[in-house]
Design a protein around this ligand. Structure first.
Ligand code: FAD
Ligand code: PYC
Length: 418
């Protein structure tokens, strides 16, 4: 596509005509009767999958079917932390693959995803936390992933606002620190992938819910949707929060539990925090957005549910956790709260897999931590669909592991209380 150049005058003119002549970022397609590949779910992972399918694999016509609007699920509800400091080789390699793609994503998509490598601290509050941190950092070094163990004084030097006094209920003993980690802008990620995929010919169809699968002789033949029937022989499902509901329509049972996960933002204020701080033990984490809001997240709501709200006691508990770390924030007012639905697997790792139904693939179970994987997940899932064979980095994350017992337990590195 030729790059459009806007002069100050043309920006002024466009402003006055109420955006009427602005070129839409992506084409809103209408459902056709047949596609070579259909991606179900227009969140970041679904859009990234479609983008990499179109960019790297010649698979013919591709459509993304989204029941609401693009990015309206967890993609635009999350707190945008990106890091790759996982414990086990399989997971660390997968998330680090994503991290490398993040590092070139703005250029690749020609869309600023506001990726900011401001570092992430995972605090340790007990001797066992610190032993786990040392083990994880050592494992990260073996994979060439940047990671450091810091003691309390070193943490305080980098985050002066943090209360590290020993008199706290859960004193900070130290932290792991990944300097290349950080945050990105969730809306920009969804829009950037949508625009880039659309420009490669992917058809993006909103308000189109997949309601059933047409399966004959163990093979996918098509999909029933709220906008009619679609013929296709390959379907990639990326429907975080609703994956098990969708899989059940194809007769596939996924080992997932769906929980609400909540987040909050405060009123805007001057920059006081220039990094990301997470604490699994006190059940809270925070960063500061470019608008100056504190972006605060909680541990998961312990009950199962599909309400994108969450329960009030979690709000109180998380506020207490943040004040434990930063007593001065007790005076900050909260502006908004919301929830998303996360689908958690037994080992807190994703499922990127073929299924017993030929031509049907699932990418799900990212639980509380899939935003960071958006480009990496799309990249390896596109390969898996295109080759009908798992990408080498995705192979350990197949459904079979729940039968074979080859689990990859990342509950600790998930860093959000489960
Ligand atoms: P989604 O964006 O949820 O996309 C799935 C899409 O599928 C939805 O748009 C949905 O409408 C659609 N869909 C569902 N069923 C159907 C159907 N039948 N037909 C058509 N479409 C359908 N991860 C991190 O790495 N870092 C974080 O800081 C972080 N913070 C989080 C904070 C909160 C509050 C929450 C809720 C999650 C957080 N996560 C975080 C997790 C992260 O948001 C998710 O793992 C990730 O966004 C999943 O992306 P996705 O594209 O798979 O899902
Ligand atoms: O996986 O880093 C993470 C995360 C942070 C907040 C929610 N998930």
């Amino acid at each position: 596509m030729p790059q459009q150049k806007y002069s100050v005058w043309s920006l002024f003119k466009h402003g006055l005509n109420h955006h009427k002549t602005w070129e839409p970022a992506w084409t809103r397609a209408s459902l056709q009767s047949e596609y070579d590949v259909v991606i179900v779910g227009g969140g970041g992972h679904g859009l990234a999958t479609a983008y990499y399918l179109a960019k790297n694999h010649k698979v013919g016509r591709i459509a993304v079917l989204e029941k609401g609007h693009l990015g309206s699920g967890n993609t635009c509800r999350n707190t945008t932390i990106v890091r790759s400091n996982y414990l086990w080789d399989e997971a660390a390699l997968l998330y680090e693959h994503g991290m490398k793609l993040w590092e070139g994503l703005t250029e690749d998509l020609n869309f600023n995803v506001l990726f900011s490598q401001r570092g992430v601290f995972n605090l340790g509050h007990t001797l066992q936390d610190m032993r786990d941190i040392e083990r994880r950092v050592a494992a990260n070094h073996l994979q060439g992933i940047d990671a450091h163990v810091l003691n309390a004084a070193e943490v305080k030097e980098r985050i002066p606002q943090l209360d590290v006094s020993r008199s706290r209920r859960l004193p900070v003993l130290g932290a792991s620190w990944q300097p290349r980690a950080g945050i990105a802008h969730h809306d920009a990620v969804a829009r950037g992938f949508a625009r880039a995929a659309s420009r490669l010919g992917v058809e993006l169809i909103e308000n189109c819910e997949v309601t059933g699968f047409d399966i004959e002789g163990g093979r996918v033949k098509g999909l029933q949707t709220s906008q009619g029937y679609v013929k296709t022989s390959r379907v990639g499902c990326v429907a975080a929060g609703h994956s098990s509901v969708l899989a059940a329509k194809a007769g596939v049972r996924l080992p997932l539990e769906s929980h609400p996960l909540q987040a909050f933002v405060s009123e805007s204020m001057q920059r006081v925090i220039d990094t990301v701080i997470m604490s699994n033990a006190v059940h809270g984490y925070l960063s500061q957005s470019d608008k100056g809001e504190l972006v605060i997240g909680a541990g998961i709501d312990s009950y199962l549910g599909y309400g994108q709200r969450g329960s009030p006691h979690i709000i109180e508990h998380t506020a207490a956790a943040i004040i434990e770390l930063f007593p001065q924030f007790s005076r900050v007012r909260m502006n908004r709260q919301w929830g998303g639905i996360v689908d958690v697997s037994p080992d807190a790792c994703p499922i990127i897999s073929k299924t017993p139904v030929e031509g049907l693939y699932f990418n799900c179970g990212w639980g509380t931590g899939g935003f960071k994987a958006t480009p990496g997940s799309g990249h390896v899932f596109a390969h898996t669909i295109a080759h009908d064979d798992p990408h080498p980095l995705a192979a350990p994350f197949s459904l079979d592991r729940f039968a074979s017992g080859h689990l990859i337990d990342e509950h600790g590195a998930a860093a959000v209380a489960h």
